[in-house]
Ligand binder design. Structure first.
Ligand SMILES: Nc1ncnc2c1ncn2[C@@H]1O[C@H](COP(=O)(O)OP(=O)(O)OP(=O)(O)O)[C@@H](O)[C@H]1O
Ligand SMILES: O=P(O)(O)OC[C@H]1O[C@H](OP(=O)(O)OP(=O)(O)O)[C@H](O)[C@@H]1O
Ligand SMILES: [Mg+2]
Length: 284
């Protein structure tokens, strides 16, 4: 019995998706031209597919799970559940109009022509705001549409905003935020679900490790109490005596997000020789 997982064949999700599986200890024979590969040390088959085609494969049960952009699931994936958010390929799906146009509320888009590759998402968003517009569905280079007179506005993916900027457009509404997710077929069997749970456990350990740092520092014993209140740790910090009398080494795990705040506080509290190491996996 093998779990069938779809990953994007090529494009923005491909490298990070394969990188995540690799960090989960799963090695794949990745002949570039193969559309299907076997994992060597995990009961899994990998299918290389177009991101946009994956929701249908999940619905039909051709694959059991997939690494896919959340925005594509919202567009085409009703009934497909999200098992894990994966923290990469972060972007938003937004409405944009020419920079020179004034915009006060979404009512300004009423009756306008909007070009998009995400018609369902756009239609639902506009309907929820009571707006009706004329949608033009195009598959790529959507940002060019207003410049060539095809549309008054667009709805597309925005990340850094540089494509909008280069095309003299401005973002006026964020319809949704998206990132890569692990999506699950509604028809997955219970045996394959057991393998999926193993994969999820590994993914969670890898992602938690990516979000955390292992910190080691030295401090005089009289500062220990103050320093341990600053450090969270998985349970509580580890404290070991140093060879030098009156000093200790403290080890702890810090969340990436609060990292610099905590380091500043540690220095103020008298910590010395602070070492910060990446964590490969955190098994909780
Ligand atoms: N500029 C971006 N920054 C961050 N994430 C993005 C960006 N553009 C797209 N994404 C995310 O990555 C996913 C894949 O985008 P990509 O452009 O590689 O493929 P695609 O054109 O959506 O799909 P297909 O594989 O069907 O050709 C998108 O669905 C979206 O979730
Ligand atoms: O805000 P930015 O950082 O500029 O990113 C946004 C752009 O990235 C994506 O295109 P992509 O490069 O994937 O090309 P594609 O249209 O061929 O998918 C998306 O469709 C936008 O055009
Ligand atoms: Mg793209």
């Amino acid at each position: 019995m093998k779990l069938k997982i779809a990953v994007q064949k090529s494009g923005r999700l491909n490298e990070d998706s394969l990188g995540l599986l690799k960090d989960c200890g799963i090695s794949i024979d990745n002949g570039r031209d193969q559309l299907k590969a076997e994992a060597k040390n995990f009961p899994m088959e990998i299918y290389y597919l177009r991101n946009g085609d994956i929701p249908q494969y999940l619905k039909d049960g051709v694959v059991d799970c997939a690494i896919i952009g959340e925005n594509v699931l919202v567009e085409k994936g009703n009934g497909i559940s999200i098992a894990e958010k994966l923290g990469f390929s972060k972007c938003r799906v937004s409405l944009a109009i020419p920079k020179s146009e004034k915009y006060t509320t979404i009512n300004d888009l009423n009756g306008k022509r909007i070009a998009t590759s995400y018609p369902e998402t756009t239609k639902n968003y506009l309907a929820s705001k009571g707006i009706s517009a004329d949608l033009h569905i195009i598959n790529g280079s959507v940002e060019i549409a207003p410049n060539i007179g095809l549309a008054d506005a667009i709805c597309d993916i925005v990340s850094s905003g540089s494509t909008l900027f280069k095309n003299n457009l401005k973002e006026v509404e964020v319809m949704m935020k998206s990132e890569a997710v692990l999506a699950v077929s509604p028809t997955i069997s219970s045996e394959r679900n057991t393998i999926l749970e193993k994969l999820r456990f590994r993914i969670q350990s890898v992602l938690k490790g990516r979000d955390s740092k292992y910190v080691l520092l030295n401090a005089p014993n009289e500062k220990l109490e103050q320093i341990t209140t600053i450090l969270p740790g998985m349970k509580s910090p580890t404290i070991l005596p140093l060879a030098q009398e009156g000093w200790s080494s403290i080890h702890s795990v810090i969340d990436q997000e609060e990292f610099w705040d905590i380091i500043d506080k540690l220095k103020e509290a008298g910590a010395e020789g602070i070492l910060v190491c990446p964590i490969e996996k955190m098994v909780l």
